[in-house]
Design a protein around this ligand. Structure first.
Ligand code: G1P
Length: 291
């Protein structure tokens, strides 16, 4: 069984954010804040909590502010230090990846998620890796990727985070079939990307968290187009599943699709209520608005 340690995580952040115009005219959608930190940082925090040591960002034009966000800021740190702002310094310190622990490469043309992941092939090399789609925030008792790491350490192979969605939303996601299993970790019998309405094999959607073996890169290299004319990651996973085990790991918390306006608003409410410093006052504000 191959349980080589997962050290690196890939974050595809090249998307244009058209669903969020005009907010995203000059700011990447990944930098919109949910409570006190940008969406991308919530996801990097999740990866770090799962033991990830190297953070690989697949960026695009106008995304340089993401690179700046994960850099040390000498002037800011010096100013905070001069003013004795130890708490703020500690927050910055905890959130900044170590020197050399980030990589940035560009997806030059938006050809789909499969193509974005393929852009990471040289940086990842011949080792299994994690993949986290930043739009999708997972809030639960335990971070999603940490649960997936536990499953991976027991079983090896490839793992996909899943969660139940409404039947009429299955056409918006990758859907997995686990043959009716009720287990949290279950072998995947079938996967399909954005099935046409009424044809989904289940209501378990791919939640945007993956642990993948490097053999995926050889399949992605074929650059075959799938749903929506895009190079789909799910299609290469379907092929890889013929020769390697794939497991689904059900996430029992809540998943927020911050790529939609309602999902983004819902995430701010949920993360605000989950923040111990804000929850009490925030709840009173919400109640007053609903009252
Ligand atoms: C991608 C994946 C899909 C997954 C979804 C989660 O689709 O292809 O399988 O369910 O992310 O957000 P996209 O949202 O990029 O169309």
């Amino acid at each position: 069984m191959n349980t080589k340690r997962i050290r690196k995580a890939v974050f595809p952040v090249a998307g244009l954010g058209t669903r969020f115009l005009p907010a995203t005219r000059a700011i990447p959608k990944e930098m919109l804040t949910v409570v006190d930190r940008p969406v991308i940082q919530h996801v990097v925090d999740e990866a770090r909590a799962a033991g990830i040591e190297h953070f690989v960002f697949i960026t695009g034009r106008n995304k340089h502010v993401i690179e700046d966000h994960f850099d040390r800021q000498f002037e800011l740190e010096a100013t905070l230090r001069g003013r004795g702002k130890e708490k703020e310094l500690a927050i910055l310190d905890a959130d900044t990846p170590a020197a050399g622990a980030t990589s940035f490469t560009r997806q030059q043309v938006p050809l789909g998620l499969g193509h974005a992941v393929w852009c990471a092939r040289d940086i990842i090399g011949d080792e299994p890796f994690a993949l986290l789609l930043p739009d999708m925030l997972h809030l639960g008792a335990k971070p999603c990727l940490a649960e997936m790491m536990e499953a991976y350490n027991q079983k090896g192979g490839n793992h996909i985070g899943v969660y139940p969605v409404a039947e009429d939303e299955t056409n918006q996601y990758g859907i997995v079939d686990i043959s009716g299993s009720k287990e949290k970790v279950a072998p995947i019998a079938r996967m399909v990307e954005k099935p046409a309405k009424g044809t989904a094999p289940s209501n378990l959607a791919i939640s945007g968290r993956y642990i993948l073996q490097p053999a995926i890169f050889d399949l992605l290299a074929k650059q075959e187009r799938g749903a929506g004319g895009e190079i789909q990651l799910t299609d290469s996973m379907v092929t890889l599943a013929k020769s390697e085990p794939f497991y689904s790991v059900r996430f029992d918390g809540k998943v927020y699709d911050t790529g939609s306006k309602l999902g983004f608003l819902a995430a701010n409410v949920a993360y605000g209520l989950a923040n111990k410093d804000l929850a009490g006052d925030f709840r009173a504000i919400i109640d007053a608005h609903l009252g």
